[in-house]
Design a binder for this molecule. Structure first.
Ligand code: SF4
Length: 182
């Protein structure tokens, strides 16, 4: 893992040999990584990476979720307005690394689910929408809402795993992830 492919996606060495069938089932071309101190990051992998491989490649990530088992081709080209909206949102979350920005935009051109995800972020940021994504919340750790308990701020079973982490919600337990500067 490490080199960048032509389309800006993260690429692994291909000599990772005989992966077992059970490991292959966990492979995904697209992962959403959660970090303790910055915004989640979408990473595209060629060839597909397993959960263990993606966490090994990003050791500071708290958790990784496969975005989709297969790439859904967008119905239309990424428009200039959409690209601009995504760029604005990336700037708002202090993402200034041109390689990462290019990788995100490349992903949005070819992956309909990733495009919907980033445009959703951009839409919320562009309005006074006070909803948030669980993936923007400090309390989401490894896919688990750590403040959830019956009768609590998030009244749910302990170990509650929000299913729609990429859908904006109003939540009393929301705690924003601090964005570290540079
Ligand atoms: S506190 Fe609310 S916003 Fe945060 S992870 Fe739990 S359910 Fe999601």
């Amino acid at each position: 893992m490490g080199a960048k492919s032509d389309d800006g996606n993260s690429s692994r060495n291909s000599n990772n040999s005989s992966s077992k069938p059970c490991e292959q089932k966990n492979e995904s071309r697209s992962w959403l990584l959660h970090f303790p101190d910055r915004e989640p990051l979408t990473v595209a992998c060629t060839p597909p990476a397993t959960h263990a491989e993606i966490l090994a490649a990003y050791p500071d990530a708290l958790a990784a979720e496969p975005i989709a088992t297969g790439r859904r081709q967008p119905d239309a080209l990424l428009s200039g307005d959409q690209e601009a909206a995504i760029r604005v949102w990336l700037a708002q979350v202090d993402e200034t690394d041109e390689a990462i920005i290019a990788a995100v935009l490349a992903l949005c051109r070819h992956d309909g689910d990733a495009r919907a995800y980033y445009l959703g972020r951009a839409d919320c940021a562009a309005t006074d929408d006070d909803r948030h994504f669980c993936t923007e919340c400090l309390n989401l750790r490894g896919g688990v809402c750590v403040v959830a308990r019956p009768g609590g701020l998030v009244s749910a079973i302990c170990g509650y795993r929000p299913a729609l982490v990429n859908v904006p919600v109003r939540c009393a337990g929301y705690s924003p992830i601090e964005i570290s500067g540079g």
